[in-house]
Write a protein that binds this ligand. Structure first.
Ligand SMILES: C[S@@+](CC[C@H](N)C(=O)[O-])C[C@H]1O[C@@H](n2cnc3c(N)ncnc32)[C@H](O)[C@@H]1O
Length: 373
């Protein structure tokens, strides 16, 4: 068995799992490569890879308004709400009698997800593959109402201006988007420090990299009413969520959100302030530092000559060395498991962003015991 076939996602390729005919696949491209059809992924790098492989791809299944498929595969995600959102869309685009395959690892909770889905569909799923500590389970599209989606409630955030004036606002969230339940403690630490970090000279152009709901950029927009903002994230669900918040809070004339992966070139230049709560994900027991390092690498391309960044991170993550390669680094605060870092762009760091265009991404991993974000 090849390493590719050993991957838990590859259960869908086991004999008897897929039927003939095209497939719509949420969260991977393996089944679509085998049978044709459409890949659904909100992640920009995976979307671009699917397109480069000449597969049909969409970032959001709601874009497939009229399509129907005889089979749909949903790969389990860490977020249960995001998985059930996918399952509800899968049900909508399945043709009557078609098969819905839910697949994922035991570690991610496939057993309880299948149990929940079976109760909602009033069917018992059929286990069609069970190996590599993962399983694929088949359900049949019938006339029932289908999977139930879960609401992710909005959360409250606040920021204090340098004169002490407090701004409070509500942030809408979406399943799968970081910090979907409440304001992240790291984001809160950054917001608490922002006004003092900036001082009395307001920034003109502010960047929020890996924006998630957009909370950092939105808060800064309350403090700096004359500044322009760009928010960017590799997850299309985050971009959509940030756009909805921008509109609801009335910032459309000076703030935009873009779908961007850190391994691409910066979309614009000459920002004087970047706000970053970098991503990290687990690969097995190791933290994948790749996305965070790619964001750090991109900073010289985004920032103007005197540009600065305010970053927050889990205290255990080894970000100092890569950030010192980008500019002059200071640790402003270290508390409650987080550290707050200030980065001043140094004259010698390149502003071309060319490293990203060539795709030569720094990557690395680190053992750390915090949860992934
Ligand atoms: C820790 S969250 C911070 C979200 C938000 N700034 C906050 O403070 O709530 C990191 C964000 O980075 C995004 N992200 C992950 N990988 C990325 C990449 N390669 N390029 C750009 N953004 C990425 C994630 O989708 C996520 O929204």
């Amino acid at each position: 068995m090849s390493p590719r076939e050993r991957r838990p996602e590859a259960l869908v390729l086991d004999p008897g799992v897929l039927r003939e005919g095209p497939v719509c696949e949420f969260g991977s491209a393996l089944a679509v490569e085998a049978r044709g059809g459409t890949v659904i992924t909100p992640w920009r790098d995976r979307f671009r890879a699917a397109e480069a492989a000449e597969l049909n791809a969409a970032s959001d299944a709601r874009d497939l308004s009229t399509a129907t498929f005889p089979q749909v595969v949903v790969h389990l995600q860490k977020s249960r709400a995001a998985t059930f959102e996918d399952l509800a869309q899968a049900w909508r685009i399945l043709s009557p009698g078609g098969q819905l395959l839910l697949t994922g690892t035991n570690r991610l909770g496939i057993v309880s997800a299948v149990k929940r889905l079976a109760a909602q569909l009033d069917q018992s799923g059929i286990v069609v593959s069970n190996r590599a500590r993962a399983r694929a389970v088949r359900f049949k599209r019938d006339d029932g109402p289908g999977p139930e989606t879960e609401m992710t409630p909005p959360f409250e955030a606040r920021i204090d201006a340098i004169d002490g004036a407090r701004h409070e606002f509500t942030v809408e969230t979406r399943p799968g988007v970081f910090s979907a339940k409440k304001l992240d403690a790291g984001s809160e630490m950054l917001l608490d420090a922002l006004a003092r970090f900036v001082g009395y000279k307001p920034p003109k152009r502010v960047l929020d990299l890996g924006c998630g709901t957009g909370v950092l950029g939105l808060a800064a927009a309350m403090l700096y009413p004359d500044a322009e903002f760009l928010l960017a994230d590799a997850d299309a669900r985050a971009v959509e969520c940030a756009r909805a918040n921008i509109e609801r809070l009335g910032f459309v004339d000076r703030m935009r959100a873009q779908w961007w992966d850190a391994r691409e070139k910066p979309l614009d230049t000459r920002f004087d302030l970047a706000l970053v709560n970098p991503p990290f994900h687990y690969r097995g027991p190791d933290v994948d530092l790749g996305p965070a390092l790619a964001i750090f690498d991109s900073l010289p391309g985004w920032l103007g000559r005197k540009g600065r960044a305010l970053l927050v991170a889990n205290r255990t993550l080894p970000y100092e060395t890569p950030l010192e390669r980008v500019g002059v680094l200071d640790t402003l605060q270290s508390a409650r498991g987080y550290k707050l870092l200030s980065l001043k762009r140094s004259a010698r760091s390149s502003g071309s962003g060319d490293r990203h265009a060539s795709g030569s991404r720094s990557s690395g991993s680190s053992r750390a015991l915090k949860r992934s974000r």
